[in-house]
Design a protein around this ligand. Sequence first.
Ligand SMILES: Nc1ncnc2c1ncn2[C@@H]1O[C@H](COP(=O)(O)OP(=O)(O)O)[C@@H](O)[C@H]1O
Ligand SMILES: [Mg+2]
Length: 195
Amino acid sequence: MLKIENLHAEIDGKPILKGLTLSVNAGEVHAIMGPNGAGKSTLGYVLGGRPGYEVTQGSISFDGENLLDMEPHERAAAGVFLGFQYPVEIPGVSNVQFLRESLNAQRATRGEAPLSGAEFLKVARAQADALGLDHDMLKRPVNVGFSGGEKKRNEMVQMGIIDPKFAILDETDSGLDIDALRIVGDGINRIMRQP
Ligand SMILES: Nc1ncnc2c1ncn2[C@@H]1O[C@H](COP(=O)(O)OP(=O)(O)O)[C@@H](O)[C@H]1O
Ligand SMILES: [Mg+2]
Protein backbone atom coordinates (compact mmCIF):
# COMPACT_ATOMS: atom_id res chain seq x y z
CA MET A 1 0.00 0.00 0.00
CA LEU A 2 2.76 2.44 1.00
CA LYS A 3 6.30 2.13 -0.31
CA ILE A 4 8.94 4.59 0.82
CA GLU A 5 12.35 4.21 -0.75
CA ASN A 6 15.57 5.95 0.23
CA LEU A 7 13.68 9.05 1.34
CA HIS A 8 15.70 12.18 1.98
CA ALA A 9 13.92 15.32 3.15
CA GLU A 10 14.96 18.69 4.47
CA ILE A 11 13.46 21.76 6.11
CA ASP A 12 14.97 25.17 5.33
CA GLY A 13 17.97 23.42 3.80
CA LYS A 14 18.53 21.31 6.93
CA PRO A 15 18.56 17.57 6.14
CA ILE A 16 16.24 15.69 8.52
CA LEU A 17 15.41 12.38 6.85
CA LYS A 18 18.45 10.67 5.44
CA GLY A 19 17.57 7.58 3.46
CA LEU A 20 14.42 6.06 4.96
CA THR A 21 13.03 2.88 3.39
CA LEU A 22 9.74 1.43 4.61
CA SER A 23 6.95 -0.69 3.15
CA VAL A 24 3.52 -0.91 4.73
CA ASN A 25 1.01 -3.46 3.49
CA ALA A 26 -2.74 -3.16 3.95
CA GLY A 27 -3.85 -4.28 7.40
CA GLU A 28 -0.46 -3.71 8.99
CA VAL A 29 0.32 -1.47 11.95
CA HIS A 30 3.82 -0.06 12.23
CA ALA A 31 5.16 1.81 15.25
CA ILE A 32 8.01 4.20 14.55
CA MET A 33 10.03 5.06 17.63
CA GLY A 34 12.99 7.33 18.16
CA PRO A 35 14.26 10.13 20.37
CA ASN A 36 12.93 13.70 20.19
CA GLY A 37 14.06 15.35 17.01
CA ALA A 38 14.66 12.04 15.19
CA GLY A 39 12.30 13.10 12.39
CA LYS A 40 9.13 11.14 13.14
CA SER A 41 6.81 14.14 12.79
CA THR A 42 8.78 15.24 9.74
CA LEU A 43 8.00 11.89 8.10
CA GLY A 44 4.31 12.41 8.86
CA TYR A 45 4.37 15.90 7.36
CA VAL A 46 6.23 14.73 4.25
CA LEU A 47 3.59 12.02 3.75
CA GLY A 48 0.81 14.57 4.25
CA GLY A 49 2.46 17.06 1.87
CA ARG A 50 3.08 19.95 4.27
CA PRO A 51 4.66 22.92 2.45
CA GLY A 52 8.28 23.63 3.36
CA TYR A 53 9.21 19.97 3.72
CA GLU A 54 11.35 19.31 0.68
CA VAL A 55 12.06 15.84 -0.60
CA THR A 56 15.52 15.87 -2.15
CA GLN A 57 15.90 12.17 -2.95
CA GLY A 58 13.91 8.97 -2.99
CA SER A 59 10.31 8.07 -3.71
CA ILE A 60 6.99 7.41 -2.04
CA SER A 61 4.27 5.42 -3.75
CA PHE A 62 0.78 4.97 -2.35
CA ASP A 63 -1.50 2.37 -3.93
CA GLY A 64 0.83 2.43 -6.92
CA GLU A 65 0.60 6.22 -7.42
CA ASN A 66 3.42 8.71 -6.90
CA LEU A 67 2.37 10.38 -3.66
CA LEU A 68 4.90 13.18 -4.07
CA ASP A 69 3.17 14.36 -7.26
CA MET A 70 -0.09 14.89 -5.37
CA GLU A 71 -1.35 18.00 -3.56
CA PRO A 72 -2.27 17.52 0.13
CA HIS A 73 -6.00 17.48 -0.67
CA GLU A 74 -5.43 14.89 -3.40
CA ARG A 75 -3.55 12.72 -0.92
CA ALA A 76 -6.46 13.05 1.50
CA ALA A 77 -8.91 12.12 -1.25
CA ALA A 78 -6.75 9.09 -2.09
CA GLY A 79 -7.23 7.94 1.51
CA VAL A 80 -4.26 9.32 3.46
CA PHE A 81 -5.00 10.74 6.91
CA LEU A 82 -2.59 12.54 9.22
CA GLY A 83 -3.40 12.84 12.92
CA PHE A 84 -1.28 15.67 14.28
CA GLN A 85 1.02 15.52 17.29
CA TYR A 86 -0.23 19.02 18.09
CA PRO A 87 -3.75 19.43 16.65
CA VAL A 88 -4.31 23.03 15.57
CA GLU A 89 -7.10 25.28 16.81
CA ILE A 90 -9.25 26.90 14.11
CA PRO A 91 -11.25 29.74 15.69
CA GLY A 92 -14.44 30.67 13.85
CA VAL A 93 -14.88 27.29 12.15
CA SER A 94 -17.25 24.90 13.86
CA ASN A 95 -16.02 21.37 14.28
CA VAL A 96 -19.13 19.90 12.70
CA GLN A 97 -18.94 22.22 9.64
CA PHE A 98 -15.28 21.47 9.19
CA LEU A 99 -15.80 17.72 9.38
CA ARG A 100 -18.79 17.74 7.05
CA GLU A 101 -16.96 19.84 4.46
CA SER A 102 -13.95 17.50 4.70
CA LEU A 103 -16.01 14.36 4.32
CA ASN A 104 -18.16 15.75 1.50
CA ALA A 105 -15.10 17.01 -0.40
CA GLN A 106 -13.72 13.48 -0.27
CA ARG A 107 -17.06 11.93 -1.23
CA ALA A 108 -17.22 14.28 -4.24
CA THR A 109 -13.86 13.06 -5.54
CA ARG A 110 -15.18 9.48 -5.25
CA GLY A 111 -18.35 10.44 -7.16
CA GLU A 112 -20.56 10.02 -4.07
CA ALA A 113 -23.42 12.35 -3.14
CA PRO A 114 -22.81 14.77 -0.26
CA LEU A 115 -24.32 13.92 3.13
CA SER A 116 -27.02 16.32 4.33
CA GLY A 117 -26.61 18.08 7.66
CA ALA A 118 -28.89 15.57 9.38
CA GLU A 119 -27.24 12.51 7.82
CA PHE A 120 -23.84 13.85 8.72
CA LEU A 121 -24.80 14.61 12.33
CA LYS A 122 -25.79 10.97 12.81
CA VAL A 123 -22.35 9.81 11.65
CA ALA A 124 -20.54 12.46 13.69
CA ARG A 125 -22.49 11.74 16.88
CA ALA A 126 -21.85 8.00 16.60
CA GLN A 127 -18.10 8.64 16.30
CA ALA A 128 -18.15 11.17 19.16
CA ASP A 129 -19.99 8.65 21.36
CA ALA A 130 -17.45 5.95 20.54
CA LEU A 131 -14.65 8.24 21.71
CA GLY A 132 -16.44 9.69 24.71
CA LEU A 133 -16.45 13.18 23.25
CA ASP A 134 -19.35 15.38 24.35
CA HIS A 135 -21.76 16.27 21.50
CA ASP A 136 -21.38 19.95 22.46
CA MET A 137 -17.76 19.72 21.33
CA LEU A 138 -18.90 19.02 17.79
CA LYS A 139 -20.52 22.47 17.71
CA ARG A 140 -17.56 24.34 19.15
CA PRO A 141 -14.81 25.86 16.97
CA VAL A 142 -12.26 23.22 15.92
CA ASN A 143 -10.11 22.34 18.95
CA VAL A 144 -10.49 25.82 20.48
CA GLY A 145 -10.20 25.54 24.25
CA PHE A 146 -10.13 21.74 24.11
CA SER A 147 -7.82 20.07 26.62
CA GLY A 148 -4.83 18.16 25.22
CA GLY A 149 -6.67 14.86 25.60
CA GLU A 150 -9.85 16.23 24.03
CA LYS A 151 -7.89 17.42 20.99
CA LYS A 152 -6.45 13.95 20.54
CA ARG A 153 -9.88 12.36 20.89
CA ASN A 154 -11.25 14.88 18.41
CA GLU A 155 -8.55 13.80 15.93
CA MET A 156 -9.82 10.22 16.30
CA VAL A 157 -13.43 11.37 15.80
CA GLN A 158 -12.22 13.02 12.58
CA MET A 159 -10.48 9.83 11.53
CA GLY A 160 -13.61 7.77 12.23
CA ILE A 161 -15.74 10.10 10.11
CA ILE A 162 -13.28 10.35 7.22
CA ASP A 163 -12.56 6.60 7.36
CA PRO A 164 -9.17 6.76 5.60
CA LYS A 165 -7.37 3.88 3.89
CA PHE A 166 -4.11 4.78 5.56
CA ALA A 167 -3.56 6.75 8.77
CA ILE A 168 -0.42 8.29 10.20
CA LEU A 169 -0.97 8.95 13.89
CA ASP A 170 1.69 11.21 15.34
CA GLU A 171 1.96 10.59 19.08
CA THR A 172 -1.78 10.19 19.42
CA ASP A 173 -1.17 8.82 22.91
CA SER A 174 0.52 11.95 24.27
CA GLY A 175 -1.65 14.05 26.55
CA LEU A 176 -4.06 11.20 27.25
CA ASP A 177 -4.81 9.90 30.73
CA ILE A 178 -5.11 6.17 31.28
CA ASP A 179 -8.87 6.00 30.59
CA ALA A 180 -8.64 8.15 27.46
CA LEU A 181 -5.74 6.00 26.28
CA ARG A 182 -7.93 2.92 26.40
CA ILE A 183 -10.84 4.70 24.67
CA VAL A 184 -8.57 5.98 21.90
CA GLY A 185 -6.85 2.59 21.53
CA ASP A 186 -10.22 0.86 21.23
CA GLY A 187 -11.28 3.56 18.74
CA ILE A 188 -8.25 2.93 16.54
CA ASN A 189 -8.87 -0.83 16.58
CA ARG A 190 -12.53 -0.28 15.72
CA ILE A 191 -11.68 1.99 12.78
CA MET A 192 -9.18 -0.59 11.52
CA ARG A 193 -12.00 -3.11 11.36
CA GLN A 194 -14.57 -0.67 9.90
CA PRO A 195 -15.84 -2.26 6.64
N1 LIG B 1 10.90 24.59 10.52
C1 LIG B 1 12.03 23.97 10.90
N2 LIG B 1 13.24 24.52 10.64
C2 LIG B 1 14.38 23.89 11.01
N3 LIG B 1 14.41 22.70 11.65
C3 LIG B 1 13.24 22.12 11.92
C4 LIG B 1 11.99 22.71 11.57
N4 LIG B 1 10.99 21.89 11.95
C5 LIG B 1 11.60 20.83 12.53
N5 LIG B 1 12.94 20.97 12.52
C6 LIG B 1 13.93 20.04 13.08
O1 LIG B 1 13.74 18.77 12.51
C7 LIG B 1 14.16 17.77 13.42
C8 LIG B 1 13.13 16.67 13.46
O2 LIG B 1 11.96 17.11 14.11
P1 LIG B 1 10.67 16.21 14.27
O3 LIG B 1 10.34 15.58 12.97
O4 LIG B 1 9.62 17.06 14.90
O5 LIG B 1 11.16 15.10 15.29
P2 LIG B 1 10.34 14.04 16.17
O6 LIG B 1 8.90 14.11 15.76
O7 LIG B 1 10.98 12.71 15.87
O8 LIG B 1 10.56 14.45 17.59
C9 LIG B 1 14.39 18.47 14.75
O9 LIG B 1 15.77 18.60 14.94
C10 LIG B 1 13.74 19.81 14.56
O10 LIG B 1 14.36 20.81 15.32
MG1 LIG C 1 7.18 14.55 16.72
